[in-house]
Write a protein that binds this ligand. Sequence first.
Ligand code: HAM
Length: 426
Amino acid sequence: MAAKYQAPRGTYDLLPGRAALRREILAEARALLQGAGFGQIDTPVFEDSDLFVRTVGEATDIVRKEMYTFEDRGGRSLTLRPEGTAPVCRAYLEHGMHKQPQPVKLWYTGPMFRYEAPQSGRYRQHSQIGAETIGSDDPAVDAELIDLLAHLYARLGLPSVRLHLTSIGDPATRAEYGRELREFLLGHDVFDEDQRARIEINPMRAFDWSAPEIVAVTEDAPKMIERLSDADALHFDEVRSLLDAAAIDYELDPRLVRGLDYYTRTVFEFRSESLGAQSGIGGGGRYDRLIEQLGGPATPGMGWATGLERIEQVLADVRGEGAEEAAAQQDTPQFMFIVTEPDARPRVFRAMSELREEGIGATMGLGSRSLKNQMRAAERLAVPWVVIVGPQEWERSAAAVRDMTRREQDEIPLSSLRKELLSRGR
Ligand code: HAM
């Protein structure tokens, strides 16, 4: 029977197997980032619409056609956050973090919302892990953040992840370069009306278009990396030499275009070959003007975000079938109680409750299913210990305790059940 209601288009339900995989990713990320001095921050899923319009940029696809914007009952224009950097910078200012020792290092995880055309690896609600270092323009910040993300992928065992890297300099130099690039592109006869209009708004988008006749033109186009100011070029050189020192491989990619307007200087993207069309698995860059744009003091910042669904997809591919199940089995209960003698239920229920008090996980077979049936369930759950109380055990005031790995079983008196199970459960 087809369900009457389905998850909205472009969204999905995170079921226990995939959720276990996600927990594993989050545990790695947390250990890595907390270990590098990042504190966790959690901002609301909606913000004033204006926050994103001003920072992500009026001309970007995100602001022009992808935001979930609505008016609340008080007439305020709110937007479900399409990304996490602007909210973190808003919180940095709101909580006076600019008065703390700099830089301030923050990480976050949570859902983001973009009204995009759904396809494999592209959702209307997706989840990110992100990290931001605010308050230092030291190139070591850029290199450290990139190194951290590379390590996250390596620790998770993601194969063939490639780093694309470039610098887009400061807004003034970029505006000048934009004029030069626009003029160059519009001097060629390969663009249609719509493309010409988009070149007028942001000529760098042309580097994203893959028609061969366009690529032929953009290959020859002047590149931002060749127009950097001395200070920006020096900054970028230092980032590269630190990455080299850490043996982080990257491809210098002057065609790299990020979909957000707040970037300055270093920008980067990690791509995974196994992802197909939506190959961007994580990306970020510097945003040295963003805090100022929000009305704060001039404060440099740098960060990245990586998509959880895309990491999960690669992990599920490389680990093969059963990856989700294997992840889920890492936190199954220690004990499963199978009680086929109804009179024994209250006594066993108490024993389970006592185990929980000690922090030991236990579950009980429910209803009146046969012993065989319930043993099968225990095997499926991969529970290490099964405690059986049938009519015979109950008559002897005892329980059979079965070691599921060794396939051995012994009987213990109910009076010492708690002590016995505690010693086995640890
Ligand atoms: P972003 O590149 O727009 O950057 O998104 C980061 C990551 O989120 C992408 O690399 C991708 O893995 C994932 N992602 C984005 N959109 C979708 C989608 N529709 N479906 C599934 N996954 C998606 C940012 O959001 C910046 N805030 C990153 C940043 C932090 N820059 C500086 N600090």
